[in-house]
Ligand binder design. Structure first.
Ligand code: 5GP
Ligand code: ZN
Length: 116
């Protein structure tokens, strides 16, 4: 398993930093974003450290994407949003601030939900 000892998400996976877990399997971890842009804002990450989509192996991406609908449907049933954004930033110039690949799921509740 590849880890970066200085990476905040690797620390979350190891349990060194607390997080609110929504889903976990051998290769994927999903948890609430610490700074929720809307209620239920979730991050989905591979357990291995890959900086961005350019480093992400296809088999890791394939498994990660295979569990996204399950997590999205969990949020849908729990929160009954009107829609959901799925966002992934790669590189500082694209808005990435944590350099461990992650997908944002952002439930949307209509006008005034605070995002976009
Ligand atoms: P990015 O800007 O890289 O696409 O997204 C990074 C996200 O990680 C941000 O939405 C930020 O709020 C979230 N984040 C940063 N540090 C932590 C943390 O320690 N715990 C959790 N749960 N989320 C974090
Ligand atoms: Zn990491």
């Amino acid at each position: 398993m590849t880890h970066d000892p200085n990476c905040i998400f690797c620390k979350i996976i190891r349990g060194d930093i607390p997080s609110y877990k929504l889903y976990e399997d051998n290769h994927v971890y999903a948890f609430l974003d610490i700074s929720q842009v809307t209620k239920g804002h979730t991050l989905i990450i591979p357990k291995e450290h890959y900086k961005d989509v350019f480093e992400l192996p296809s088999d890791v991406a394939s498994h990660l994407f295979s569990v996204v609908p399950k997590i999205a449907n969990g949020l849908k049933h729990a929160l009954e949003p009107l829609g959901m954004n799925m966002i992934n930033n790669n590189g500082e110039k694209a808005g990435q601030t944590v350099f461990h690949y992650h997908i944002h799921l952002i439930p949307r509740f209509g006008k005034g939900d605070g995002y976009g």
